[in-house]
Design a protein around this ligand. Structure first.
Ligand SMILES: *Cc1c(COP(=O)(O)O)cnc(C)c1O
Length: 355
């Protein structure tokens, strides 16, 4: 039987997607050729790329609004640098909510002045700072919608005239939002969309072309846009699997449907964390809790061996917390069924009965 996969990333993908992807590896579109051995310039693959780009914009409600979707390489980590290359002239404003935000700041500092408008670093990122103001002379404001490692998630985003940039790697396509608030969104595929190896970038074209520096071709969003996301050989397999996941999402009713399921999963798990005296949530404010990654610890560390043995024998995978937080992290991405969360909650209740 398949494991209940709570892995933080690379993570669970929908079973029908994996089946279609497996068959495309041996015979794609009835061509008697593998998806990964045909030209990326062939019509069959160009259709995949176009379909993936269109579906991404559609799910975000951003078609015909001046946005372009790109499937690039280098992970979200390269976007930390690309954002600065393409948008930073004098000053970038950043919200520091975790390890990934911290890394994005480090890269941007290579190219200009960075103003950290607020940070929760002093308390190991266990909350989302609020009440900060964004300097009106900043070239852009960068934030991280979901902090994968710490289990916090932004529930609202600032209303600002400053160009708004967001790393949505670990919660893209998980909840309904007004995505037109953002000028640039990026997300590594391997958290909620596909295998590692491609990064979705959705950018409003009008914010580009304003910096004075020369941008190397591979780092220039305008170059990628002008080549329809095929400036160089794209990572064909991750793009294809991402396309299949976006099709799957559409079939089950889109972002608004998955949001309901994601809410149900998060409610189920957090209610147990709150109810069960053997567990403590890591995040201090309940409203900052992530619906994608729930972080928690055991109140009594001596129960660790029994709890670990219990969830492993229940068929659960990937529950260990990140080393910077410790404890446990249950990642409940789009493809994780509610039943898997129920299995985890049952184990937590059972520990309570034993303990
Ligand atoms: C995983 C993750 C990253 C890093 O992604 P890579 O594709 O490994 O570079 C960046 N930001 C967030 C929010 C993440 O969860």
């Amino acid at each position: 039987m398949k494991k209940h996969n709570f892995s933080a990333g690379p993570c669970i993908l929908p079973q029908p997607v994996l089946q279609k992807a497996a068959s495309a590896i041996s015979n794609f579109n009835g061509l008697n050729l593998s998806l990964i051995e045909i030209s990326h310039r062939s019509k069959d693959f160009v259709d995949v790329m176009e379909n993936a780009r269109t579906l991404a914009l559609e799910h975000l409600g951003l078609q015909n609004k001046g946005y372009k979707a790109l499937f690039l390489q280098g992970g979200a980590s390269l976007e930390f640098l690309m954002v600065a290359y393409n948008l930073l002239e004098k000053k970038g404003a950043y919200l520091n909510t975790g390890t990934w935000a911290d890394k994005s700041i480090k890269e941007a500092k290579l190219l200009g002045d960075i103003d950290i408008v607020a940070s929760s670093k002093e308390s190991n990122f266990n909350y989302i700072p609020k009440g900060y103001s964004i300097p009106s002379d900043a070239d852009y404001f960068h934030c991280t919608s979901n902090n994968t490692i710490f289990g916090t998630q932004m529930q609202s985003f600032p209303d600002t005239d400053v160009t708004l940039v967001c790393d949505m790697s670990s919660d893209i396509f998980s909840r309904v939002m007004d995505f037109s608030k953002f000028d640039l969104i990026y997300a590594g595929a391997q958290k909620n969309m596909g295998p590692a190896g491609t990064t979705l970038v959705v950018v409003k074209e009008e914010v580009l072309g304003k910096v004075s520096r020369t941008i190397p071709s591979m780092l220039d969003y305008k170059v990628h846009i002008s080549k329809d996301s095929m400036f160089n050989t794209p990572s064909v397999f991750p793009v294809y699997v991402s396309m299949l996941t976006l099709e799957w999402l559409k079939e089950i009713g889109g972002v608004s449907e998955i949001e309901k399921i994601n809410n149900a999963k998060a409610n189920l798990l957090y209610s147990e964390i709150d109810r069960n005296a053997l567990f403590n949530g890591f995040v201090t404010n309940n409203e900052d809790r992530s619906k994608m990654n729930a972080t928690f610890t055991l109140a009594d560390d001596s129960l660790k061996d029994s709890f670990d043995a219990m969830w492993k024998s229940a068929g659960i995978n990937g529950l260990n917390g990140h080393r910077s937080v410790g404890g446990y992290r249950a990642s409940m991405y789009n493809a994780l069924p509610l039943e898997s969360v129920q299995v985890l909650v049952d184990v937590m209740k059972e520990l309570g009965r034993k303990g």
